[in-house]
Write a protein that binds this ligand. Structure first.
Ligand code: SAH
Length: 512
């Protein structure tokens, strides 16, 4: 029999993926199975290799489909199979999260478990909306209250007289559906209708919304704003500390849905950058990187055995750098084999990738395009042999240009294949159709062409869909225009960070 596994009752934090604890990250990395609830941000699932399953899908009446007893039993059964199980729950697992019921079931079954606390929604709601429940000058107590009690109980266990008299801030979880009753019961029990009150909807998420009013005016204000769960109701003087927009809501990418079309290792990093600026990243891989065929790999191996011949090594993409070094290492060589050559890269990202292998680029043109690289190199390659590590497709401008500049030889070495992502095309198309995307970031002419093809195949007009395009470089911008699409912004610094900076700048300009 397998050794019994451990169950981790883990807080996922309130929504912003950065608000999960280090311990939660550690256990996610070890998990064989992750059972997550509807409030845990799915972006966190990137940190696990375990099988991920959602336990509670909410129906229109907001009742969970998977009954709690079933979840409890499942945790016990999976642990008995020897699995490391993470039960990932929004906020803190024990604050209205029924995590304590799961702990009792595990205890009864003798299953080892650990509780990993999380930042509860209320904490994040105040801080991300710009007020503090316990600000010295307003109040010195705060109460977390459930607005949705056990539906099997006939009578409310909440003592509204005590709540109305409570000398501090009241925060109601799960109360939106009963907002009117909550407000009137508080007022009936003597709480002033003029008490400041607010609803914080989707706290700490890019779609966060805050409605501010008084206890008497809150139900109408909430229904005018069309707020939906998950939301918290906050009643107390502290609400007045809120400025028009909080530090979080003022971030340049706040609320924007941004399609990230990167195919490579940079996607995760770029998604994080969007999240940090309070935007919503949507992974939309258009192209994918594949290893070369066996015949091509053989050719690469041969060339790598004959590097002495070359005076220059040229890279035109980060993938080119990474794949070139993979081949080099597979051939039993390392950076020392390149010591006699000068190296040129097309832009800063490519040059950065090179640094990971301990090498600096001798030439990085100011503008990120093959023509600029040719111009920089034209004085230097006369009578020299050039090796160009590249993808299976793309422009030949570089080879032609260097040859005209007098290079004795320009050998194109295909070190990776660039292919259309076919499997995910449907998912990408449905994103395009959703009408919710604000921006799509494009990092190569090939990606621009692929996007244009997908839009055309689905008969989607860029303008009608309201999608703006951000190009990494003038070359990509040109390809966007040539494909019949419109460019919103072009990055000044030709990196993914540069693209996001350009979008931020555009948004700031729009707001002024
Ligand atoms: N264990 C969770 C709470 C689960 S109860 C925690 O500690 O946060 C579910 C309720 O939490 C929702 O109905 C809502 O009132 C609140 N909630 C959870 N996430 C929220 C968010 N991001 N913004 C506002 N309220 C949230």
């Amino acid at each position: 029999m397998a050794k019994t596994g451990t169950v981790y009752l883990t807080g996922a934090g309130p929504g912003d993926p950065g608000l999960m604890t280090l311990r939660a990250l550690e256990v996610l990395k070890q998990a064989d199975l992750v059972l997550y609830d509807g409030l845990a941000n799915p972006l966190l699932l990137r940190y696990t290799n375990g099988v991920c399953e959602r336990t509670a899908r909410t129906r229109i009446d907001s009742r969970a489909i998977v009954p709690q007893e079933e979840v409890n039993q499942r945790l016990v059964d999976e642990a008995k199979l020897g699995k490391c199980v993470v039960r990932l729950k929004g906020g803190d697992p024990f604050i209205f999260g029924r995590g304590s019921e799961e702990a009792v079931a595990l205890e009864a079954a003798g299953i080892p478990y650990e509780v990993v606390p999380g930042i509860t929604a209320a904490t994040a709601a105040a801080e991300y909306a710009g007020f503090s429940y316990t600000h010295r000058s307003h109040t010195s107590a705060v109460a977390f209250v459930t607005g949705h009690e056990d539906p099997t109980k006939d009578e409310s266990r909440l003592d509204y007289a005590a709540l109305a008299a409570f000398p501090g801030t009241l925060v109601f979880y799960m109360g939106l559906g009963r907002l009117s009753q909550i407000c009137s019961q508080l007022m009936d029990n003597g709480k002033a209708g003029t008490t400041p009150a607010a609803i914080v909807c989707r706290a700490s998420l890019p779609t966060q919304r805050v409605v501010q009013s008084t206890l008497a005016g809150l139900p109408e204000a909430a229904s005018d704003a069309g707020l939906k769960p998950p939301s918290l109701i906050v009643v107390g003087e502290c609400v007045n500390l809120r400025q028009a927009d909080s530090w979080f809501e003022r971030r340049a990418l706040h609320g924007l849905k941004i399609g990230i079309t990167s195919a490579d290792h940079q996607i995760s990093q770029t998604m994080n950058e969007v999240v940090v600026q309070s935007g919503q990243p949507v992974p939309m891989p258009l192209l994918e990187i594949h290893p070369v065929s066996t015949a091509e790999a053989e050719r690469v191996r041969k060339q790598l055995g004959d590097l002495k011949r070359f005076d220059w090594l040229v890279f035109t993409s980060s993938n080119g750098v990474n794949e070139f070094f993979r081949h080099l290492h597979e051939a039993g060589l390392d950076s020392r084999a390149l010591g006699h050559m000068k190296i040129a890269t097309v832009g800063p990202s490519t040059a950065d990738s090179l640094k990971h292998f301990g090498l600096l680029s001798d030439v990085v043109p100011q503008t990120y395009r093959a023509e600029a690289l040719v111009e920089e190199l034209s004085q230097q390659v006369n009578g020299q042999a050039v090796l160009w590590a590249r993808a299976n497709r793309g422009r030949d401008t570089l080879a032609e240009g260097l040859q005209s500049a007098g290079a004795t030889e320009v050998t194109s070495l295909v070190v990776y294949r660039n292919q259309d992502v076919l499997q995910l095309a449907e998912a990408v198309t449905s994103q395009l159709k959703s009408g919710e995307l604000d921006w799509i970031c494009l990092s190569s002419p090939a990606a621009a062409k692929r996007l244009a093809a997908l839009l055309e195949a689905a008969s989607i007009q860029q303008a009608t869909a309201g999608i703006k395009l951000a190009a990494i470089s003038p070359l990509t911008a040109e390809a966007i225009v040539q494909s019949g699409l419109t460019v919103g912004v072009t990055a000044t610094e030709h990196t993914w960070t540069g693209i996001l900076d350009a979008i931020s700048q555009y948004q700031r300009d729009q707001q002024q």
